[in-house]
Each structure stands twice: as C-alpha cells, then as structure tokens.
Ligand binder design. Structure first.
Ligand SMILES: [Zn+2]
Length: 180
C-alpha cells in the first residue's frame, strides 16, 4: 500500500493515514513498521527512524490530536483542549537535525524528534489565519488538506486520489442513466 502526501502539510498527511473516518475508518498505519515506512516516504522527515510499541502509540495519539484540531479549524470551533496538549507536548521535544551538502538537505533524528517536527508543522498551519484548511469533496475520503491554489478553489485532496475517482463515478452514473 502506498501513502499519499497530498495534504500540503506533513501533520495533515499523518492525520489522513486514516481514511473514511466517518463511515468505516481505514487505518494505513497498522504496525510500527508502517509508521517507519510512512516517515521514510515523507519528504520533510528523516529517511530512517525506528518506532517501538510506545513510540508508535505516541505517534497515533499525535495523529488523532492533529485530526481533531484540523477538524475544529474546518468547522470554525474552538480547539479541543486535550488535543492541544498532545500536539504542544510533542512540539516541545527538539526537532530533527538538518544539514546542507551538495546532495541537498539531510534530516536526521529519532521518533520523538520526528513527532516534534510533525507537530510543529501542524501548529504552523493551524495557527495561520490565512491558511485555508478544507475537507476533501469526496465524501468517503475525509482527508483535510491545505488549499494553496489561487482563490482557494480546490475541491479534492488530490486529482489522482479523489478527483478522478469522483469524475469517473459520475461518468459511469451518466452512462447508466442514458442506457436505461
Ligand atoms: Zn480526497
């Protein structure tokens, strides 16, 4: 299974590792090794991190707290206090070390550093009054993403992930309707 990084923010991408949250939640992070793979695939995070059972639990707690706060933002209501505490505590840890070379940027750190980085990115987006947070237009998706398009006119989290699926389904429905 491949992870999608289309939310425009690693914290929102982490929150979106649970899809279809309202109906039949579909969790892409079943084990600590799924989390290690997710971190490795995320561009903004270290390539290699080790997650034990306790670290995995903290990552999932951070993920749910970020989702809760992002949903609070989307719905325009005050932030959930417990979730604020989880995210702020994660952000209080030192973030990963960064190093520049001719090969580009190298990021390294352990799991608490990774979670700190994720929490910090999430906080930056959630604190920005200009940031346009939206829930994907495909009802089953429930991914919250940052719409950075001009005039904030994006409807889907990603064309490949959802836009094309909705369009294909609408096409099939039209075809069915015209053939009956
Ligand atoms: Zn979507």
């Amino acid at each position: 299974m491949n992870f999608a990084f289309v939310s425009g923010n690693p914290a929102l991408d982490l929150a979106a590792t649970v899809g279809s949250r309202r109906d039949t939640p579909d969790d892409a992070l079943a084990t600590p090794s799924d989390l290690e793979r997710w971190v490795a695939e995320c561009d903004e995070l270290p390539d290699r991190v080790t997650a034990d059972a306790a670290g995995f639990e903290s990552a999932l707690a951070l993920r749910e707290a970020i989702y809760q706060l992002a949903l609070d933002r989307v719905l325009g209501r005050p932030f959930d206090q417990d979730s604020l505490e989880v995210v702020n505590n994660a952000a209080a840890e030192p973030p990963p070390a960064i190093e520049l070379s001719d090969a580009g940027l190298h990021t390294s750190g352990d799991l608490p550093a990774v979670l700190s980085q994720i929490a910090r990115s999430g906080i930056a987006a959630l604190a920005d009054p200009q940031a346009c947070l939206k829930e994907c237009g495909r009802a089953d998706c429930t991914r919250i993403y940052l719409d950075r398009s001009r005039g904030a006119r994006r409807t889907w989290c990603g064309m490949e992930e959802c836009g094309n699926r909705v369009k294909a389904a609408a096409y099939r429905a039209r075809k069915r309707a015209s053939s009956t």
